[in-house]
Design a protein around this ligand. Structure first.
Ligand SMILES: O=C(O)C(=O)Cc1ccccc1
Length: 238
């Protein structure tokens, strides 16, 4: 282990800096009035801080700025529903995966059967709404040639746009379609979330440091085996 590992720095500093967007329920949500983050990955970050014996400082970022903020070393680790991508892997390291995901549609329940396949979706006249900066934008740009792509910057209100009829559907990670279906009962429906169009995994994205990665992986392994991961998961996803 190198003498100056970031793991040592974090412990010496007494603070773990966690980057998150605050716009991706139930992983991370920033309440603008109280300036407090809540969510699955907030609880996970607090548990990681406790395991390290340090305080957790949340640093707000946004999907379009995530890469720049990571490279600027504004945080030690990005949490909050971050997917593994090879572009991100080039700049840092990922923990072992915590969740298996993939893009699936969410649409108004009345239209649910119209959007089973990419071919069903990619038709002139269909309005696909997309939050920019992350894997949703990349997926939409790679797969949508004929349908209209509507960019919507706010991933918190984006689902209301579909509910109101200002867009027809969104393709996003299956865990989010399941969650938002519950937030809009009878209005928005997840389309085959068990059968996503692609494959992705959620993990924690950390600055390049083998000692920090080994710690996070070991902590995740113990949390999985002792049931504490399951408990936090159930509180936000079940
Ligand atoms: O780029 C990522 O890692 C994402 O997960 C992007 C994203 C953001 C908000 C909802 C779904 C996916």
């Amino acid at each position: 282990q190198p003498a100056n590992s970031r793991l040592d720095d974090i412990i010496k500093r007494g603070t773990l800096r966690v980057g998150m967007t605050g716009d991706y329920r139930p992983f991370t949500y920033l309440d603008k009035t109280t300036s407090k983050f809540t969510g699955f990955d907030v609880d996970m970050a607090e548990a990681l801080g406790k395991a390290l014996g340090v305080k957790v400082e949340f640093v707000q970022t946004a999907w379009p700025q995530l890469m720049k903020d990571f490279e600027a070393d504004n945080f030690d680790i990005a949490m909050g529903g971050v997917s593994i991508t090879l572009d991100r892997q080039k700049k840092g390291m990922f923990s072992t995966p915590i969740m298996r995901e993939g893009k699936t549609p969410i649409a108004r329940c009345a239209d649910k059967d119209k959007y089973e396949t990419i071919a069903d979706i990619d038709k002139a006249g269909t309005r696909v709404i997309v939050n920019p900066g992350g894997t949703n934008e990349r997926f939409a740009k790679a797969n949508i040639k004929n349908a209209e792509i509507k960019m919507w910057n706010d991933n918190v209100t984006i689902f209301d746009e579909i509910a109101k009829g200002n867009a027809d559907l969104m393709m996003t990670d299956s865990s989010e379609t399941r969650y938002q279906q519950k937030q809009h009962p009878g209005v928005l429906c997840a389309v085959h979330p068990e059968k996503p169009f692609d494959f992705a995994e959620k993990a924690y994205w950390l600055q390049r440091d083998i000692a920090l990665k080994a710690f996070v992986d070991q902590w995740l392994h113990i949390a999985t085996e002792d049931g504490s991961f399951k408990k936090i998961y159930a509180a936000w996803f079940d």
